[in-house]
Design a protein. Sequence first.
Lengths: 424, 84
Amino acid sequence: MSFVHSLQCKECGTQYPIEPRTICDNDFGPVEVAYDYEAMRGKVTRASIESGPRSLWRYRDLLPIEGEPRVGLRSGMTPLIKADNLAKELGVRELYVKDDSANYPTFSYKDRVVAVALTKALEFGFDTVGCASTGNLAHSVAAHAAAAGLRSFVMIPHDLEEGKVVGSLVFGPRMVKIKGNYDDVNRLCSQIADKYNWAIVNVNLRPFYTEGAKTHGFEIGEQLGWRLPRHTVVPVAGGTLLPKVYKAYQELITLGLVDDNEPRVYAAQAQGCNPVVDAIERGLNLFKPQKPHTIAKSIAIGNPADGYYVVNDVNQSGGYGASASDGEILDAVKLLARTEGIFTEPAGGTTLACAMKLIESGRIPRDETICVCITGNGLKTVEVMQDQFAQSPVIDAKLAEFDKIVQQIAEVPSGGSPRPPVTA
Amino acid sequence: MDKIKRKCWLTFESGRQNEPCLWKTATKFPDVSFDIRQASVQKDIGVMAVLFTGKPDRVEEALRYLVELGVKVDPVEGGSLVAG
């Protein structure tokens, strides 16, 4: 049974049937999936969710599919880590890391949105799928399409990190590199979807695709023992994730699955591409598009499709925003790795660096529950970290030479030496 | 020649929101209709959703003229492409 009610314009509320539609005919506002929450009451419960599969599809009643899930059957349910080492470093009481760098099968939160989008593409009868991508989405579309037997086209900016390129090609998609930035790629994909009638997941399937991002928020609530963090810091690229995490929190509250603790959401962006945070800091609802220039390429979107709604939701929740320099991003990547054993890509470093700034500035109180959303894996972008570490010594295979290294380490502690035990 | 419709987002930045760019374009292209569906103007930026209707070449000329005036023109969905 599906609880999907209709597609509904986020601006004027006009309703449309469930179809591959992205905008309202009246005011060109984006349409969003609307549900019959009244019908869910008593049927969608903690127990019904907990008895579901150990994947994002345990929340299928809150997702826009009609039949059985067909794609991404093992995606989602990533770890929510109580990050005590990092909390101590940051001087906060209760800190969690929602770690989508461990998402399956392509190690980013995009496996959530693509699972829903491609299931919907199959329901609509599309035989070709595609995306405009900064890398992670291309990986996910290519991998999920391969498993689902769909033809895929992935369109990316021409200057993406090599790891991001190979990580898509291995799944056998048709890849096209576009001269320009992500916004140029996205603009072209809008035309491609229109001309070829393909399912471009983040263009003409966007209302369904974005709903998959809610599962990141649902999982945080469930994994915290059916309660919400008071403060959630979310990276902002195209603006999909933050409004959907907030929507997920509101849906959990509406259905009585968690108490309403007035959760606040915070936007994190790189200083080299921070149109949304800039608008938040200046007290504006509208953001000015920017030309991105940052090492955090997976979130380098200067004209985010849902940026307006990020600003809205941040303001409505009482949250705020912060942006981090490239140096701060790299330091935060290393800090997360050093304290919690999580290697995230620069986007994750951005989120942590911004969370630290929000804590330092007092925007996020140190004694309340904080969750940092990590959305991608650092093993995909090792290039940006290569200059960050001293050269490792090369020795002959002799114990005496190894002894010398140990002696040197004992004399000059380095990042590679064993950490002393943490004392309370 | 049949008329076409183009749904566009117009973004006015850097003082352009204080200039009558749309009026100038409407005056120069009286055969192209401008149907404003949504608009929001703030301190230093304005955004407007407009449905342009007219003969294909005239609509494209009008959109190009807006770009020349410093307005960023983006398609609301596929079918129109004018670099801003």
